[in-house]
Design a protein around this ligand. Structure first.
Ligand SMILES: Cc1cc2nc3c(=O)[nH]c(=O)nc-3n(C[C@H](O)[C@H](O)[C@H](O)COP(=O)(O)O)c2cc1C
Length: 180
């Protein structure tokens, strides 16, 4: 798929068919996401695929702050990718001090770049995704059991789209670009 087409046509998908994305395809998507840039090439983002229905249902029931919209999306997906970040590396000096005034925020910056790269790579392969930001990261970490020293940065339900969603309106270039 052409880059421009991929960027323009990727949509947040919240309803999926029952067909599972084969793990081989998931691996290809993660391999593509590994090309995302990162702080000093530290590559601190990790991916954990949850396919266990009971775990996804528990996250829906207890891990998304009772936000019904996200509960519905989780009930409609058979696969959930957790975007994990290794803490204390991205944006930090070797002595543990912050590298810049943005302090630990570079961790989420890298997670965001990696997540969008993942979503674009998925779209290229016909796989739909949606980034969920409304969740309780500690509860999700407890429910799933994630490695020590990592945080859940985002939830990404994924699967083959049940339909192609419409594009929400975008601001114009004149609204978002300025020159000095
Ligand atoms: C950081 C972030 C958090 C988001 N959180 C949610 C969420 O909790 N639930 C949801 O349904 N969509 C969520 N979205 C998806 C946005 O609503 C969506 O990207 C936006 O409406 C534009 O639609 P599009 O992705 O189809 O272009 C999130 C997107 C981002 C980037």
């Amino acid at each position: 798929m052409e880059t421009v087409q991929c960027i323009k046509e990727r949509r947040s998908v919240r309803k999926f068919t029952d067909e599972k994305v084969p793990q081989e395809v998931v691996k290809e998507i993660v391999e593509l996401a590994s090309y995302a840039p990162s702080w000093k090439n530290t590559q601190t983002i990790r991916y954990m695929l949850v396919e266990d229905r009971a775990i996804i249902d528990k996250i829906a029931a207890e891990g998304v702050m009772d936000f019904a919209f996200n509960q519905k999306t989780l009930s409609r997906c058979g696969q959930l990718m957790l975007i994990l970040q290794k803490n204390g590396i991205c944006g930090y000096e070797k002595d543990g001090s912050f590298s810049t005034s943005k302090e630990e925020n570079w961790e989420m910056f890298d997670a965001g770049i990696a997540t969008q790269t993942f979503c674009l790579a998925a779209h290229d392969k016909g796989v739909g995704t949606v980034i969920l930001g409304i969740f309780d990261d500690k509860k999700v970490a407890d429910i799933v059991g994630i490695p020590e020293g990592q945080t859940v940065a985002a939830l990404v339900p994924m699967g083959y789209p049940a339909f192609a969603p419409d594009m929400p309106a975008r601001k114009s270039v004149d609204d978002i670009l300025s020159f000095k």
